[in-house]
Design a protein around this ligand. Sequence first.
Ligand code: ZN
Ligand code: ZN
Length: 438
Amino acid sequence: MSDPLTQPVRGFRDQLPPESERTAALEHLARQVFALYGIGEVRLPTLESRELFIKTTGETTDIVEKEMFAFSDAGGRHLAMRPEGTPGTVRAFLDKHLNQQGGACKLFYVGSMFRAERPQKGRYREFGQIGIELFGNPHPAADVEAILALKDLFDRAGLAGRLTLRLNNLGCDESPECRPRFRERLREYLKSREAELCESCRRRLDRNPLRCLDCKGDAEKLTGGAPRLEPCVPCRDHVAQVSAFLGDHGLPHTYPDPALVRGLDYYTRTVFEFQAEGIGSQNAIAGGGRYDSLIASMGGPATPAVGWALGVERTLLAVAAADPEARLLRALAPERKPAVFVALQSQDPRAEAEGMRLMASLRAAGLRTAGGLFAASLKSQMKEAGRQGAPVCIILGDEEIKKEPPSCIVKDMLRSQQSEVPLTQVPEAVRRRLETAP
Ligand SMILES: [Zn+2]
Ligand SMILES: [Zn+2]
């Protein structure tokens, strides 16, 4: 059992450098890409009404049925930690009447999602997602734009040439010939094999047989003989056009890929998924699709929409598999190694105050500054400066401080040189040494 005072709850974890820096760098990269596409950020609440996910993600999905952190608060409200970002984004779209702003509305989100899945490599119960939702454009161009934004992001993170794109058509509920007919045929087929299904699939069979296709336990058994969706003509044309546009952009993909169903209820027509090399069997790193009926089903104005979400942890695993150094991401992370280390050789409290002031003036000059271990001996302060790899070291000693003007020793650690510099000129002197560093 874990120690509650020193260990996180099972399935949760702390992120420290360099992992936390890679996460931040991926988020930073995403923001750069989204700016190119004119996508604005929505910052969503972590808690939502449980009802929201039941009505959108779907009551019979694994996510809602088995994996959601749901509870009642002290006021008796039924709440849930968000397991995915689309429901909250759509709720915000409706709440703020974003459809009335005219034209397309494009939003992205970045943040933690929560699912009580069995923890394993690259899968945590709190995990990062980055996602986009494009509202208002029914044209296949919107599906392609969404996929290209994802592809651009992956390419810049160092995953070019290491991804497989799968594309499928889930049809619609508008045409009785489309998904409604498929649902009936699938239900009949599943009834004939009912004995082989898991308990939750037997329960889902009548209400939502489509969900059996992405059941973790049963999907494999069913892929062979299960009937396939024959989309209505508008659905067929739509996704065929998406596929053709992707071809225009030189984006290889598998289409149709009947095994690709996605574990959410709201998708219509286009669904897609990116798989990455080198990270084992849990290799889907991002997925999404079109959801043209969801907003109307929530009581809003009929609004076509398409979106995706990527899993931050699995994406970073894929990046690490491509380049263990994660050079592209690391280039985006802010440097933390100090440029200058301030040490003190004095018992005089005024010298300590001078040291603190000097550190503040170095930071104000934009220099990464470390030090301030004024209780330690000079020897151990210098040892720490060496450990942190600071190329310049300042030593404040009684003798130099008493001079007029008050001064200190500036040690150039790379050249093994040192000189006496007036305190007011230290930031400039440090900068000069760094600029000419060997
Ligand atoms: Zn259709
Ligand atoms: Zn099942």
